[in-house]
Design a protein. Structure first.
Length: 341
């Protein structure tokens, strides 16, 4: 990995590791050769299904250098499970979980020398695209597909590291179509892009848009949303309209373990006023980890959450999560998959 920049000095996800794994399906199961390949461009037909009809899904997870020097992937099985569900919803050729798991582990092991020490990590991006060369296939699923795993050494997702974020509440426009919200497909991000840029225009302080279509707060463009105080953590109950974050599920389990009451329910923008006075807010996500929220803007009102600084409960939960991710605390819930390297 000579000559590559420090991941903390460049935007998240812009460094590519040297190795990747690939598997192709052509009317049958994915064929994975079992050996990582040098990172490089892919060849697909200009008529490929993905380029015309958007048959692309992906996931995002991380491997962490552990305090004892070993390497572990965080919540491998949950991410594989979600990727399998994403592929199924887009009618891409079914992904065999064992094959994908192997491809992820093999890629991480091949790139082990590029994993930065905490607070850095190795971002893992399994991707699946439809490759049928058929521009007439608008209403047909692709039979052939390319599944691959690339890695990127990463630092902070939000510039400036752990700091109180500023969110803008968007109540009128949806992030994506509700029935696809719970999976990770490229189209969801394409749909969210214009709304996000338009809403943020003119205010560089905004870190994320908090989607609250029709007054129902769900998630931001890259993370799930939580409220917290000394007794409770609150987050939106699951439905098809937003991403079922693996970090969200981890925070819920951890919070329960630490004695918090967990409420999964709807959250309204009006409720934020009260929480801002006496509580805390934070985001959860693989990239965001657990990020404190200091300011929430809604129409012409700017709410300062608590004193505008990271809350005590937020930081307690964050530390508990990070300790498990990096092996500084016992793996109480079986979330770490050790890999070579
Ligand atoms: C839209 C959206 N919501 C939520 C999340 C958080 O999900 P996870 O914790 O699985 O990374 C992400 C990140 O992947 C996301 O892109």
């Amino acid at each position: 990995m000579t000559g590559k920049p420090d991941p903390f000095s460049v935007p998240f996800g812009t460094i590519s590791c040297d190795w990747m794994t690939t598997a192709r399906a052509d009317g049958g199961p994915y064929v994975y050769g079992g050996t990582p390949e040098p990172y490089g461009d892919l060849t697909v037909s200009p008529a490929a299904h993905v380029l015309h009809y958007g048959s692309a899904v992906f996931d995002g997870l991380k491997a962490y250098r552990q305090t004892d020097g070993s390497l572990a992937v965080f919540r491998l099985d949950s991410h594989v499970e979600r990727m399998v569900a994403s592929a199924a919803l887009l009618r891409l050729p079914a992904v065999d979980p064992d094959t994908l798991r192997r491809m992820i582990v093999d890629a991480v092991e091949a790139n082990a020398a590029e994993v930065p020490d905490p607070p850095g990590s190795l971002y893992i991006r399994p991707t699946l695209i439809g490759t049928d060369p058929d521009i007439g296939a608008a209403a047909r699923p692709t039979r052939s597909a390319l599944l691959y795993v690339v890695n990127s050494p990463v630092g902070d997702y939000f510039k400036g590291g752990v700091r109180p974020l500023t969110l803008l509440v968007e109540t009128s426009i949806q992030r994506t179509v509700p029935q696809f919200g719970m999976i990770k497909c490229g189209a969801n991000y394409a749909m969210a892009l214009g709304v996000t840029l338009d809403s943020m225009a003119g205010n560089e302080a905004i870190d994320q848009i908090l989607f609250a279509t029709g007054g129902d707060i769900t998630e931001t463009g890259a993370a799930n949303f939580f409220l917290a105080d000394g007794q409770r953590v609150v987050t939106r109950s699951l439905d098809e309209s937003f991403l079922h974050g693996v970090t969200r599920a981890s925070v819920i389990e951890l919070a329960q373990h630490l004695g918090y009451e967990v409420e999964e329910r709807t959250i309204t923008p009006d409720e934020l006023v009260d929480w801002a006075e006496r509580g805390e807010a934070f985001l959860s996500g693989t990239a965001a980890v657990l990020a404190p929220v200091g300011t929430i803007i809604r129409d012409d009102t700017t709410l300062t959450v608590g004193d505008g600084q990271p809350g005590r409960n937020t930081m307690r939960l964050r530390q508990a999560l990070v300790d498990i991710q990096v092996g500084a605390a016992p793996d109480l819930f079986g979330w770490r998959t050790p890999v070579q390297g």
